[in-house]
Design a protein around this ligand. Structure first.
Ligand code: ZN
Ligand code: ZN
Length: 310
């Protein structure tokens, strides 16, 4: 089952035992890291996951609390002798920024970095959608958010999955060739050796809806976040401030907990987790209460707690 582990729930100023933004997602055989605040490599160890196992790292934006862990993480992975390519998604200019760090030279790494750099124009040519990753189990897309610098959020979802084939029923209808079983499962109708037509829909259940996880920070409430969160099983959304600080949230390109809940409700999401808490808020309970008045299935993200999408 896809599992989301939030490694850090703090806004830029870490406080109250919270760590900086980073979230680990395990989706089938794939391991994805969303954001990489300072200290993320230690948080991965706390979660029991080796950085060498990462397939994909996605940065939301080039603010330190989301990105300063990246040079250290890349150095560690290099020291571990990784040779498999690593896919890295983030803002245009990421390669130059990394190369400017002392001790990091992308050409000198023992593995290749496959950079997926989203353009600064908010991907206007594709209506805001940026395709990051697609394989037989996982699809990752990005969309622009509303922050002070170019920022993208991410959506991870199942690649289209076939329905379940009732092989006994297919056999009873006269299907004998194993290739025909495969065709039926793939959605094609077949003809048996006796010339009888068997429809895929007669023996295969409808395709299950894709499971989806949306990651929307840092951001003010916006269409990009709503699109990422559409019908998602789980949404992790910026909830930097309580209601009292609504004006401050707007000034700084962040959301209140209530605004995060409004996004989840408008998107038809199933569950909301709040994160990126300001150091002003020692306790997250009041923010959760504000959010629940709009969207009941809300919790404060708990660091290192595995959230399973089933
Ligand atoms: Zn931040
Ligand atoms: Zn930021």
């Amino acid at each position: 089952m896809p599992t989301v582990t939030v490694l850090g729930t703090s806004a830029a100023l870490p406080a109250h035992g919270r760590h900086l933004s980073a979230t680990l997602v395990q989706w089938g055989a794939r391991t994805v890291l969303l954001d990489c605040g300072e200290g993320t490599q230690f948080r991965l160890m706390d979660a029991g996951v080796s950085a060498a196992r990462l397939d994909l790292v996605c940065l939301t934006h080039w603010h330190g609390d989301h990105a300063f862990g990246l040079p250290g993480l890349l150095s560690t992975v290099a020291l571990q002798g990784r040779t498999a390519p690593l896919v890295l998604a983030g803002p245009d200019g990421l390669a130059e920024a990394l190369n400017a760090w002392p001790g990091i030279h992308l050409d000198g790494l023992p593995f290749s970095l496959d950079l997926r750099l989203w353009p600064h124009d908010g991907c206007r040519a594709t209506d805001g959608r940026f395709d990051v990753w697609k394989d037989e189990t996982l699809v990752v897309t990005a969309r622009p958010l509303d922050h002070r610098v170019p920022t993208m959020g991410y959506r991870l979802e199942d690649a289209p999955r076939p329905g379940n084939l009732d092989a006994d029923k297919a056999r009873a209808l006269g299907v004998t060739d194993f290739r025909d079983f495969r065709r039926l499962k793939a959605g094609h109708d077949v003809t048996t050796p006796e010339g009888k037509r068997v429809r895929s829909t007669d023996v295969v259940t409808p395709r299950p809806p894709p499971r989806a996880f949306a990651y929307a920070l840092d951001t003010a409430p916006c269409d990009g976040a709503r699109l990422l969160a559409r019908n998602a099983d789980l949404v992790l959304h910026d909830a930097t401030f309580s209601d009292e600080w609504t004006a401050r949230a707007a000034e700084t390109g962040h959301s209140t907990a209530r605004q995060a809940a409004e996004v989840a409700a408008a998107a038809g999401a199933k569950r909301l987790l709040l994160t990126h808490f300001s150091a002003r808020h020692e306790r997250s309970a009041p923010l959760v209460a504000e959010a629940r008045s709009v969207f009941l299935n809300t919790d404060a993200a708990e660091e290192l707690c595995p959230y399973v999408l089933d």
